[in-house]
Design a protein around this ligand. Structure first.
Ligand code: SF4
Ligand code: FES
Length: 248
């Protein structure tokens, strides 16, 4: 395939940035999207040009770092996959592909397609954990009976990889789907009950401090989420928040 790539180039956080056109040929349908960018970068380096900076690590849908906005969709046109799992067979010869970074005030661009997502880390630090007594009297987690339906829902929530596609696809740049997944994975388990009140209050407060917008029930986040995190988690987080606020 021969393709035209329109890629966001931005030297650093203070640079205005612009779309730059590139032509790329001999793209195999079996390549992943990131492999196609690797080929482009090796051509740019051979010509003495600056390669396109983009984030990636695991390249198997686990780490959540390959955050690209492709033709106006977070992680591109496929469903339930990250950019690293997207294959070029989803495109056709002669296509023009727009490639941009996540757009959100709370995710400032560092360079080209790389954004700073440490706001998510700070939200996690605010409450996305449980404290476990490791004095030698720790109860074996497997000895605590948990309803299968709750265990399944907690597991589903825990599959959130913190990629930020929910924020990027939301017209309000809301982080509610991410935060609700991180709250829900503990809210559904007995181990999460001890710190439940502080957790939801602290995480939601941190989310607001980071400058993410609010949820207006559009649902774009659920559609674009590569892990299929359900909006049901946002409803659960709202209930948890209300209960915690009334207690507090
Ligand atoms: S909820 Fe989905 S889209 Fe949002 S950070 Fe988690 S995995 Fe990514
Ligand atoms: S590179 Fe890790 S999820 Fe894509």
């Amino acid at each position: 395939m021969n393709l035209t790539l329109k890629i966001w180039r931005q030297k650093d956080a203070s640079d205005k940035g612009k779309i730059v056109d590139y032509q790329i040929g001999n793209v195999s349908p079996d390549m992943s999207f990131l492999e196609m960018l690797d080929v482009l970068n090796s051509e740019l380096i051979t010509k003495g040009d600056e390669p396109v900076a983009f984030d990636h690590d695991c390249r198997e849908g686990i780490c959540g770092s390959c955050s690209l906005y492709i033709n106006g969709e977070a992680h591109g046109p496929d469903r339930l996959v990250t950019t690293c799992q997207l294959h070029m067979r989803k495109f056709k010869d002669g296509d023009t592909i727009f490639i941009e970074p996540w757009r959100a005030k709370a995710f400032p661009v560092i360079k080209d397609l790389i954004v700073d997502r440490t706001a998510f880390d700070r939200i996690q630090h605010a409450g996305g954990f449980i404290s476990v007594n490791t004095s030698g009297n720790t109860q074996d987690a497997n000895a605590i009976p948990i309803e299968k339906a709750d265990a399944d829902k907690a597991f589903d929530a825990a599959t959130c990889i913190g990629c930020g596609a929910c924020v990027a696809s939301c017209k309000n740049s809301s982080a509610m789907l991410f935060v609700s997944a991180k709250v829900s994975q503990f809210a559904l388990l007995p181990q999460g009950q001890v710190e439940a009140t502080d957790r939801v209050l602290n995480m939601v407060n941190q989310m607001d401090e980071e400058g993410f917008g609010n949820c207006t029930n559009t649902g774009a986040c659920e559609v674009e989420c590569p892990k299929g995190i359900s909006l049901e988690n946002i409803a659960r987080m709202n209930r948890e928040f209300l209960t915690a606020a009334l207690k507090g």
